[in-house]
Write a protein that binds this ligand. Structure first.
Ligand code: UTP
Length: 287
């Protein structure tokens, strides 16, 4: 079945970006002039997703508003003869159908995904985390959607290789290799020490699931931090069903952390020759 829907949970509190996130959703913080969430939605749209479901929370309405039309700004720009800008903001509001559902209490990523259940029904769907940016020729989520269609399985999880001494920063999988870059998932461990890590394959925020995942999200108890962890539901599902991990091609930026955010900003700026010069000159001047 072709995947048309993507769930993007954005209800978190973004504590690593305080004080900015006291009033601005983390996902609306821009990489240069583009909000991070817009880069993530663009990835989904390029992959063929036609319906985005935000799992949102109180105070973060600007995320939905960003993907709505702003008719008064459009007519202001039209009258001011700023046609390029008018088209730019018009496009944001017309590219994709956006629905949203509230997560009334922030009880974890697993709980957030379960909140989207009424809007998913029994279709397979994609999940993209709003604070992970994937950059590459083929959109990260498209790589997983293609694998899901080919394997006809219960889930495909995006993977990337990390240095062995950094496993304690990530969720790490245990799996059996099936072919180059493809693993049959046996289990997952959250942030293991290098000596305890079953592999060096980490999980960024890209997944494709069949609707069976909801059964497992219903079964899991509260886990680490008192939250319903998506990892626990995936582990449970992998014990009974076919779940695969696929190594993603491209670059991943963990824009939920200050380091990853800075790296992404530099990478995006360096594509413009003028801005690249500013980066190089500034490094010389200020470091
Ligand atoms: P994170 O744990 O990285 O995001 O969750 P956070 O909680 O917003 O940020 P920090 O760690 O406090 O800085 C990954 C994604 O899952 C969403 C977040 O919005 C983020 O996009 N999330 C997390 C929810 O939607 N609901 C939750 O209960 C938890």
């Amino acid at each position: 079945m072709k995947i048309k829907k993507a769930v993007i949970p954005v209800a978190g509190k973004g504590t690593r970006f305080l004080p900015a996130t006291k009033e601005i959703p983390k996902e609306m913080i821009p990489i240069l002039n583009i909000p991070m969430i817009s880069i993530v939605v663009e990835e989904a749209v390029k992959a063929g997703i036609t319906e985005i479901i935000f799992v949102n929370s109180r105070g973060k309405e600007s995320i939905e508003n960003y993907f709505d039309r702003n008719l008064s700004l459009e007519s202001f720009l039209k009258e001011a003869d700023k046609n390029d800008q008018e088209l730019l903001i018009k496009n944001i509001g017309t590219k994709v159908e956006v629905l949203s559902v509230r997560q009334k209490e922030q009880l974890g990523l697993g709980h957030a995904i379960n909140c989207a259940r009424p809007l998913i029904g029994d279709e397979p769907f994609a999940v993209l985390l709003g604070d992970d940016i994937m950059d590459g020729e083929v959109p990260g989520i498209k790589q997983l959607m293609d694998k899901h269609e080919e394997l006809d399985c219960s889930g495909v999880i995006g993977l990337f290789e990390v240095p062995k001494d950094e496993t304690s920063k990530y969720g790490i999988i245990e799996g059996d290799i099936k072919s180059e870059g493809l693993y049959k998932l046996k289990s997952m461990v959250e942030k293991p020490l290098p000596d305890d890590a079953p592999s060096n394959l980490a999980v960024p925020g890209r997944y494709v699931f069949s609707s069976e995942i909801f059964e497992y999200l219903d079964k899991i108890p509260r886990g680490v931090g008192g939250e319903y962890q998506l990892t626990d539901a995936i582990k449970l599902m992998a014990e009974e069903k076919d779940v695969f991990g696929a190594v993603l091609e491209g670059t991943r930026f963990d824009t939920g952390s200050m380091e990853g955010y800075l790296e992404a900003t530099i990478a995006y700026a360096a594509r413009d020759e003028k801005l690249k010069k500013v980066i190089l000159d500034s490094v010389k001047k200020y470091t």
